[in-house]
Ligand binder design. Structure first.
Ligand code: FJE
Ligand code: FE
Length: 313
């Protein structure tokens, strides 16, 4: 069945089960930054439409200095501390704790993502960065940003369950974020003993990433169902909801994100920060980037202030 004919509201009353469980080890990326990469590493390249999921941690002087993107979106959600971003079009700002930046790189952006100067040395700046692919018809759109401060993120609490709605909808509470690739992104905190049964569109790929505490996901009788922090749980297809509960005796809250997206179903060729449909388009992109063309014009004479201040150029 073509993706466009599938209804995102179809139901079958089956549970989604965990089909893969992955521990995200620390690795070094950027300049002195540490990431725990789950999606996008060698053994797990792509969960259509998701290209990368990094739990990142940076302490100044460090970060992700000037680098390009094309063909997808980056979603940065701060858990602790803050990140200063600057791009070659003059767009600049700080993503603060609990805040969100949804960046559509589209045809091209060059930017830097660094701890802001008042987070000197001591502060740990932590967050999640998710890369979401764009369909061929959206790959070369004009770059754009959606930014939401923590206080403006829809949040509700009921029966020991706190939900922050990053994208999509929960119990009638809607996020302001507009997603080009249909995506649901929820941040759950379950107090000890509480549980959820969360609807997920039937044909969407979905995963859980655990941030804190310990929980059970899918079906308690099955292997892989228990997980703690830094674990990615890929949910199988064939169900319309996720069951999760905090059954820990530690008395600690369980915090995790649940993300689901409609698969794009197109060929994907990635070369670092460029994600296109064919190798030919990747070759063109490298050529455009090196020659400051077709979206990379402004990068010719641009250096970020944050990286310049560190003497990185
Ligand atoms: C990148 C290496 C990188 N994860 N999480 C190669 F590190 C990056 C990159 C990031 C990144 C930035 C933040 Cl703020 C958070 C991240 C990787 O910038 F884009 C390429 N190509
Ligand atoms: Fe980036």
């Amino acid at each position: 069945m073509p993706i466009s004919e599938r209804s995102s509201s179809a139901i079958n009353n089956n549970k989604r089960l965990v089909v893969k469980k992955l521990f995200a080890r620390q690795q070094h990326e950027g300049f002195g930054a540490v990431v725990r990469r789950s999606i996008g590493r060698f053994e797990f390249r792509y969960l259509d439409p998701f290209l990368v999921l990094d739990e990142f941690s940076v302490s100044a002087p460090a970060g992700f200095p000037d680098h390009p993107h094309r063909g997808f979106e980056t979603v940065t959600y701060m858990l602790e501390g803050e990140i200063l971003h600057e791009d070659c079009e003059g767009h600049k700002g700080v993503i603060r704790e609990g805040g969100l930046q949804w960046m559509t790189a589209g045809k091209g952006i060059v930017h830097s993502e660094m701890p802001s100067s008042n987070s000197n040395g001591i502060t740990h700046n932590k967050g999640l960065q998710l890369w979401i692919n764009l369909s061929s018809k959206h790959k070369l759109v004009e770059p754009s940003y959606q930014e939401i401060e923590s206080k403006d993120i829809a949040e509700t609490e009921k029966d020991g369950v706190r939900v922050r709605v990053i994208a999509g909808e929960w119990n009638g509470v809607k996020s302001k974020i507009c997603t080009r690739t249909p995506t649901m992104y929820l941040d759950f905190t379950l107090s000890p003993g509480s549980r959820i049964s969360q609807p997920i569109p039937l044909h969407w790929n979905a995963f859980v990433y655990v941030l804190q505490g310990q929980g059970h996901f899918g079906d308690s009788k099955l292997q892989h169902s228990a997980a703690a922090a830094h674990h990615l749980l890929v949910l199988g297809l064939g169900g319309d909801r996720l069951e999760a509960w905090n059954g820990s005796d530690s008395g600690l809250p369980l915090r995790f994100i649940l993300v689901a997206g409609e698969p794009i179903g197109e060929p994907m060729v990635q070369f670092g920060p460029f994600v296109m449909n064919t190798q030919e388009e990747i070759d063109e992109t490298i050529d455009d980037f090196e020659n400051f063309r077709n979206g990379f014009e402004k990068a010719r004479h641009w250096k970020s202030q944050a990286a310049s201040a560190l003497g990185l150029f």
